[in-house]
Design a protein around this ligand. Structure first.
Ligand code: F0G
Length: 460
């Protein structure tokens, strides 16, 4: 039997199940319009199915540990090392990999002190081959595209999905169509897309507008859609949950905090933790909380006003361009992740994001603005008593600091925020910002000039 037959796609709306053949090009259910998720009936996780293909937890842990010593590309991948939980390729040995995953779980002692929690970690998904968490999902879904012999892959993106897709497709010798919003994509990401050889179209609209155009393109052209509506993306993106558990000695942290944009990632992590628990690899679920920018907060509003039962799109505005998304595709999946785990949703301002990013940077870690919403949101959750001092908390840093150097330089030069934004800050925040800002200093090439700076810095 091929592994393809081990998995099925199930609609999260009406529960319709398909093998994946004959799936609509936009990955939406033809009956109810909702999205699909990958399920493995042979594991019998939710009662249904026969359970005959259910992997053995102790065996898996030993096998995965053994593979860490292997030099085979597939074993070195932090996604395919866990391939027993990703049985959807006919030939996993042909997966398209760049040795993704294997990302560090950093202790964040200074940020922890700032929050008043004892155990704060950052799972840095920016340490992936193209500098963002998208690589784990891309190796999975792009490998499916290649198995299905699609000549072209395509996505609409705020920049990271397109960078990841372009890289993996280039490795596989496939052609790439990228739709990105004109002017609202960080330089590092745009540079990657063109460098890896993608046909990169900057449309004069926002991310949501790019999604609308692409929805029609996939109906008319033989391109395989690699946005996160593609359920195989989430299979790859569930593996950081496995890595976190493994890195913590198969203990599950109390709380995972992730940024929210198109709202697939938090759902993917939930799926990873859910499956591990159901298979007996771990014994509980973490709370999963999601943080949005307050100018791109449709999930926050949905949960506040409609208990997450419906979502009203917004016109999104934030300098954290990665999450500048007003009409997120996977919102229902993420509502489930939050509600099933007792997590929270918070929103944070532009000032809070900027400050949090600088604080993460000052720990020698760094991340892109969209990732920093996690720490900004955590401050609020701690202040509201929703996170307790003894909890073990993991924030998911989704992108590398080098993705968006312009934002960082503007912050440190003091030109990022407007006068109104500066005026609206709390005095404590303004003081923290002044302490953190480190604009480069232009000097004459003279020893005294440099020594004077050193002295000033020591005194400060
Ligand atoms: N953080 C970063 C750095 C991102 O690039 C994204 C999404 C998110 C967080 C949000 O993740 O969409 O799963 O809720 N970027 C997408 C892109 C939309 O096109 O690169 P999400």
């Amino acid at each position: 039997m091929t592994t393809t037959r081990l998995h099925q796609l199930r609609c999260i709306g009406c529960g319709a199940v398909t093998s994946g053949e004959g799936m609509s090009a936009g990955f939406r259910c033809l009956q109810c319009g909702e999205l699909f998720e990958v399920i493995y009936p042979g594991w019998a996780l939710e009662g249904a199915g026969d359970g005959t293909q259910r992997p053995n937890a102790a065996g898996l842990r030993a096998l995965w540990a053994e593979r860490r010593l292997s030099t085979a590309m597939l074993d070195q991948s932090g996604v395919w090392r866990f391939r027993e939980l990703l049985p959807f390729l006919d030939a996993p040995e042909h997966a398209v990999t760049l040795r993704e995953g294997n990302t560090p779980l950093y202790a964040m002692p200074r940020c922890a002190r700032r929050l008043g929690v004892e155990h704060l970690f950052a799972k840095h998904q920016g340490m992936n081959p193209t500098g963002s968490f998208k690589d784990t999902g891309m190796t999975a879904a792009l490998s499916v595209a290649r198995e299905k012999n699609y000549p072209w892959v395509a996505c609409a993106s705020t920049g990271n999905t397109s960078a990841a897709m372009a890289a993996y497709a280039a490795r596989a010798g496939m052609r790439v169509l990228v739709l990105i919003p004109d002017g609202k994509v960080a330089w590092g990401k745009l540079a990657q897309s063109v460098d890896y050889g993608a046909v990169t179209c900057q449309l004069q609209t926002d991310f949501d507008g790019c999604v609308r155009v692409l929805a029609q393109i996939v109906e008319q052209a033989p391109v395989y859609l690699l946005n996160s509506v593609n359920p195989y993306r989430l299979e790859g993106q569930k593996t950081p949950a496995i890595e976190i558990a493994e890195q913590m000695g198969w203990q599950v942290p109390d709380h995972i905090v992730a940024p929210g944009g198109n709202l697939a990632n938090a759902a993917a992590l939930y799926k990873g933790f859910f499956e591990m628990k159901a298979l007996g690899l771990t014994d509980r679920l973490p709370r999963i909380s999601v943080i949005q920018a307050d100018g791109a907060n449709p999930l926050y509003t949905s949960l506040r006003q409609h208990k997450g039962e419906r979502l009203e799109p917004v016109q999104a505005q934030t300098r954290a361009t990665a999450i500048r998304i007003g009409n997120p595709a996977s919102w229902r999946k993420t509502v489930r992740a939050i509600q099933e785990t007792g997590g929270f949703c918070e929103q944070v301002s532009e000032q809070e994001i900027a400050l949090a990013k600088a604080e993460i940077g000052a720990e020698g870690i760094g991340c892109e603005p969209a990732s920093a919403v996690t720490f900004a949101g955590l401050k609020k959750l701690c202040a509201a008593g929703k996170v307790h001092p003894q909890e073990t908390v993991v924030m998911i840093l989704t992108g590398h600091t080098l993705k968006d150097p312009e934002y960082t330089i503007d912050f440190h030069r003091g030109t990022l925020l407007t006068e109104e934004e500066n005026a609206a800050m709390q005095p404590g925040e303004r003081a923290a910002l002044r302490t953190l800002a480190r604009a480069p200093i232009r000097l004459e090439p003279k020893v005294e000039a440099v020594l004077a700076q050193l002295e000033m810095a020591v005194r400060a």
